[in-house]
Ligand binder design. Structure first.
Ligand SMILES: [Zn+2]
Length: 311
């Protein structure tokens, strides 16, 4: 058994304006990090394109149509002050959805133990009918619904440790009682949502807020108190991680002070929970992380644990 890496060069064709933090160079730094010695055992695969009906698992046709219509023929178009599209953006976003779904297929078929999806644009801020926060389609939420609708799972956990609230995933899964969704994030911070009182239609949403400058020790205590016991109770059949690395101390978009070893700790904990409840089945999909060095080091450490636990 092994760890799969799903990625695709189409994700280099989604361009944002100069100086934008969600930049093509993020893919290059991850690619370089995972080409280093120690990652030879990765089962490297192309992230496939998703079909329209996959996106429709979570978004209405009107959203898909609007995104397709918004793609410019040349240059870069702003959908809002943060979110942009260029020629190739739809194709790149379809790789993110398709890659995360293919990762679910690979772990549920027993083909690999776990998988990491390195695609961009990210997905966790895309709401039902609203692209936002660099995101067009909800990769993690669509993959969760794919696992239930196409593979017959009835309990999935989605854990979003990106420093920003996973408002899009929350919106897409608000009424989905089969999914337990956790988002931990800095507060106050954009997008400003993600209060503990936001619990979903079936008490299936869990929001954990961290004050600026919160360190890894506080994060670990919160996960021990508020996340792991719920997962132990729910006993999911699959764990999907919305893996954003922008809680790193060096990240320019937020003020949390997590270190590489905190991402290692989180990854080890979720691998252990997956081993106990999910036959080791875990899918991790890239969200944020905007300091290129911290991102590369964090992804390398995260995937290193996946490889170790997936062997
Ligand atoms: Zn983020």
């Amino acid at each position: 058994m092994s760890t799969a890496l799903f990625t695709h060069d189409d994700c280099l064709h989604h361009r944002t304006p100069p100086g934008h933090p969600e930049q093509v160079a993020r893919m290059d730094s991850i690619k370089t990090a995972l080409a280093a010695p120690g990652f030879e055992a990765l089962d490297r695969r192309e992230a496939p394109l998703c079909a329209d009906e996959d996106i429709l698992l979570c978004h209405p046709q009107s959203h898909l149509d609007a995104i397709i219509a918004s793609e410019p023929k040349d240059g870069i178009r702003a959908l809002d002050e943060d979110t942009h599209m260029s020629p190739g953006s739809v194709q790149a976003a379809r790789r993110g959805v398709g890659g995360t779904m293919a990762a679910v297929d690979a772990v549920l078929s027993g083909d690999v133990t776990n998988a990491f999806v390195a695609c961009r644009p990210p997905g966790h801020h895309a709401e039902t009918e609203t692209p936002m926060g660099f995101c067009l389609f909800g990769n993690a939420a669509i993959a969760a619904r794919h696992a239930m609708e196409r593979h017959g799972l009835s309990r999935v956990a989605v854990v979003d440790f990106d420093v920003h609230h996973g408002n899009g995933t929350q919106a897409l899964l608000w009424n989905e009682s089969r999914v337990t969704f956790f988002s931990s994030h800095q507060h106050p911070l954009w997008p400003g949502t993600g209060f503990p009182e936001e619990t979903g239609a079936a008490n299936n949403i869990h929001n954990i807020q961290f004050a600026p400058e919160t360190n890894g020790a506080t994060m670990r205590a919160a996960y021990e108190a508020e996340v792991f016991p719920v997962i132990e109770r729910v006993k999911p059949e699959l764990i999907i991680l919305s893996a954003g690395f922008d809680a790193h101390a060096d990240d320019p978009l937020a003020q949390l002070n997590w270190a590489i070893e905190d991402f290692v700790w989180l990854t080890e904990k979720f691998c252990a929970l997956a081993e106990k409840h999910c036959n080791r089945r875990l899918v991790s999909t890239l969200e944020g992380g905007y300091d290129l060095t911290a991102l590369a080091e964090s992804v390398a450490a995260h995937v290193g644990v996946l490889l170790e636990k997936g062997a």
